[in-house]
Design a protein around this ligand. Sequence first.
Ligand SMILES: Nc1nc2c(c(=O)[nH]1)N[C@H]1C(S)=C(S)[C@@H](COP(=O)(O)O)O[C@H]1N2
Ligand SMILES: [Mo]
Length: 274
Amino acid sequence: MLPETPPKLPATPEEEAAALRAAATRSRRSFLALGLAGIAGLAGWRYLLHTPDADGIPSGLRGVLDANARLSNAYYSNTRLAPEFAAARARTPRVNGHVGLDEAGFDPAAWRLVVQPYGRSARQEFSIEQLKALPRTEITTELKCIEGWSVVVTWAGVRFADFLARYPLATRSGQPLADPNHPAADAAPYVGLATPNAAYYVGLELASALHPQTLLCYEMNGQPLTLEHGAPLRLVTPLKYGIKHLKRIGTIRFADQRPADYWAERGYDWHAGH
Ligand SMILES: Nc1nc2c(c(=O)[nH]1)N[C@H]1C(S)=C(S)[C@@H](COP(=O)(O)O)O[C@H]1N2
Ligand SMILES: [Mo]
C-alpha cells in the first residue's frame, strides 16, 4: 500500500535548512533524554549503594537479592535435580574451609549427632552406626565452590528426608512428613546445622533439607570421609554452593526463624543456590 501523502521533499534551500534544523532539534532532544536517563541511572545506582545495610549488603541490592531468592525458592521444589554424572568422573576435591574443624581433642569415635527436635526441649543423640543403618543413597554430583571452582564427587550417606522419615524430629506433633513437597503445617520452616564447637554454621529452609539429593553424608568417592572433608558426617546439598555443605555436623536444630549462617553473615546470599 502506498502512503496517502508521499513524504514531501524540500523544494527550496530555505525549506531544506528548516528541515535540517527540525531534525537537529529532535536529535538534541533524544540526546538530552538519553543523558537524563543516564543521570537517573547513576542516581539510582548511588541510591542502591548508599541505602543502609542489611546483612552487610546495601538494602537496595538486598531487595534484588531477595527477589532472586523468591525465584530460586520456586526452583527448590523437590522436582528440580542437580545434574548427576558417571561415577568414573569423580575426583577428590581440594580441602577447602577449616572453620570449626580445628577443635583441640576432637574425638570422632566419641562423636554423636545432637538433634534439637522442633518445638520440644529434649535433645536426641545419634551415633554414626544408627545413621549408617538407615537407607544408603549414593550420588555423583558437582561440588561448586563460590570461589569459582567445581569438581565432580561421589557422595554416600542417608538422605536428610530418609533420616526424618525414620525419626520425625521436624514436626511439633512428632508425626512424619508424609509429603516432602508439602510439609505439614506443624513442620519447622527452617533447619540450622553447626559444627560441634559451633564455629561454622549454616541455615536451610526445610524444603532444601528435604530435597532428594540432600544427604547426611559419611562417604566420599567410595571411602569413609576423612576428618578434613568432614568426618564423621557432613552435609551435601548439590543445588547449593559449597559454603552450605557443612563439614563435621555436630548439631541440627529445627527452628521458626532463619538460623544463623556463617557466610550469609559475611555478605553472601543466604540461599546460596546455583
Ligand atoms: N566446617 C566447615 N565446613 C565447611 C567449610 C568450612 O570452612 N568449615 N567450608 C565450606 C566450603 S566454602 C566448601 S567449598 C566446602 C569444601 O568441601 P571440601 O573441603 O570437602 O572440598 O566445604 C564447606 N564446608
Ligand atoms: Mo567454598
